[in-house]
Write a protein that binds this ligand. Sequence first.
Ligand code: F6R
Length: 613
Amino acid sequence: MCGIVGYCGPRRVVPVVLEGLRRLEYRGYDSAGIVYLENGKLIKHRSEGKLSNLEMIIDSAIIAPAHIGLGHTRWATHGAPTTNNAHPHSDCSGDLVVVHNGIIENYHSLREELKSKGHRFSSETDTEVLAHLIEEYLEDDLVSAVKEAVGRVEGSYAIGVLWTGLPDTLIAVRNQSPLVLGTSTEQGTFLASDIPALLPYTNEVVFLDDMELAVLKADSFKVYSLISGSLLDKEVKTINWNAGMAEKGGFKHFMLKEIFEQPQAITNTVSGRINLESGSVELPEVNFGKEDIGRIDRIFLVACGTSWHAALVAKYWIEKFAHIPVDVDIASEFRYRHLLVNDRVLTVSISQSGETADTLAGIRLARKLGSKVITICNVVGSTMTREADGTVYTHAGPEIGVASTKAFISQLAALFLFTLFLAQKKRTISPEKSRELGKALIDIATVVEQELPRIQADIVKLIDNFYDCRDFLFVGRGLSFPIALEGALKLKEISYIHAEGYASGELKHGPIALIDKEMPILALVPQDDVYQKSLSNVEEIKARQGRLILIGTEGDSHLRKLTEDVIYLPKVPDEMNPILYTIPAQLLAYEIASKRGCDVDQPRNLAKSVTVE
Ligand code: F6R
C-alpha cells in the first residue's frame, strides 16, 4: 500500500524523506513523489515506477537547503500509475499539497461539486479532491480548513498536508489508515506510514488513532481529536527495533535474510514465556483468565494470506491439546457472512502488520457481537493491538520482504504458546506434556538454525530442473496441509509461477487430472501420524508420472525410490513439523524466484501492509 513520509527539523529534508521512502518500499508501490518548501515556494517532483527513477530526476535537490517536506509512494487505486497521478497533489494555486493513503469513497461527487465551483483537476486520483477541498475552506487557518475538509470525506485516509502559508508546519490526519509520528529533540519531527521509515532517526514514536489530527513542528507536535476537538495527551512509545534490523546485512534480498533470521525469531517469541521446570506458559499481555476460558465454547481464528495459513495450523493444535472447537476464517469472508458470534466465542486475529483492513474490520465486528478479541501481532502499538482485549506479540523484528517468512514462523511459535496456555488453563494437558511440548518448541529454533544452510544447498541443487516450469502443486496432509498452501503462496507471489496447494487426500477429487510428466509436485511426507496415507497419495502421483519433489524424514530410504529429488529433514516431534517443513518450501520459492530474476522483495502488484479492503 502507499507510503507517507514527512519531516520538519534541522536536517535537509530531501535525503530524510528519500531514505524514509526507501524504507517503506516494501509496502509496494508503482510511483513516487516528493515536495519540499524552499524560499517560500513548494518544489514538487514525481515519477512513475521505482524510487530510483525519482532519485534520478531530483539528483540536485538532495542538497536543497529545505527543512520541511513530504514524500509518498503510491500504490494505484484510482487512476493508472502515471507521473501525473503520483502524489503529492496540489490545489489550484499550487501553494498547498497533500499526500494520502487510503480511498476517498465519495470522491466522485466531491470532484463534481468542486469542479462546478471552478477548481481545476490535473489527475485522475481521489486524493486530488482533498487538496481542492482544503483550498475551498482555507482562509488563514489551515487546521480548521483540514478539519472541515475531512469532515466531508467518506472512506479511509492517512494524509499529510503542507501549505506555504504555514511554512514551519505539517498537518497529518488519520482515519483507518496507519500513521505514526517520530519525535526527537535533536533530529526533529517525523511522520510516516510505518516505523521502519523513522528508525534511522528515532525510536520514540506516537501512534495516531482514527479521527485524530496532528500538528507537527520541528521541535514539537500536538494531537487533537477530530470528534471532541480537544488536545490529546498521547503516549510516546519507545520501539526496540533498530535501523540495522531493516537493512539487508549482506544478503542478496531481505527475504533471504529474513528466512535466515527465523531461528532467532522463534527464540525471541518463545523466550521468557515458558517455564521449563513447571511447564507453564505465561502470556501476561493476553488479559485472559481462567474465568474467561471457562466461558469460551468456540474460537474463531481470523486472518489473511500467510497469517491465515498460520491459523490453519493452529486449528489442529488447539483442537488437539485444548479441546476447543476452532473455526478458521479468511478475514474478508468473516466480515461479510452471517456470524454466529457471541460472548462465548473468543476471536483471535493473526496479523504481522496489525493493520490489515479486512482483519481489523473482522475483529471490530466480533467485538460488537460480544466476543473477546485477542491478536497475535508483530508490530508493537499497531491498530489491532490497540483494539484487541489482549495481544500475544510475535518478536520477529521488522519484516521488510513483502512475502512473509519470519513473521509466519513466529506466528506459529506464538500460536503454539497460546495453545499450551489454553490447554493449561483448561487442564486438558498434564504438566509433563506441557514441559515436553514447551521444550520441543524451544529446541526447534536450534534445529532450524543447524539445518538452514544445508537445506538451502539442497534446494539450489534441484531447482535447475524446476525453475522454468509453468505450474506447481504442493500437497500435504494434517499439519502439513497448511504448509503446502503456504509453499504454493510463496512460490506464486514471488516467482509468478502458477502454484496451488492441496490436501493430499483431495487430489483424487479433481486435481489429479492435472498430473502428467510435465507437472512438478512438491509433497510434504514427514513420518508423522498420517505418513502411510501421505505415502499412498505420493504413489498415486508417481503412477501418473508427476515430477515429484519429496520433503521427508531423514533415514526414510523409501522416498529415494520414488524420486531423486528428496530433501531430508531431521525427525522432530510431530507438532513441530509445520515450523521445520516451512523452511524448504520458503527456500524453494526464494531460489526459483531469484533464478528467474524476479523482484523477490517487492513482487509486482503486491503490498506489504494491505490497509484497504
Ligand atoms: C504473503 C503475505 C500476505 C500477508 C497478508 C496478511 O507472503 O505476506 O499474504 O500474510 O497480507 O498480512 P498481515 O499478516 O499483516 O495481516
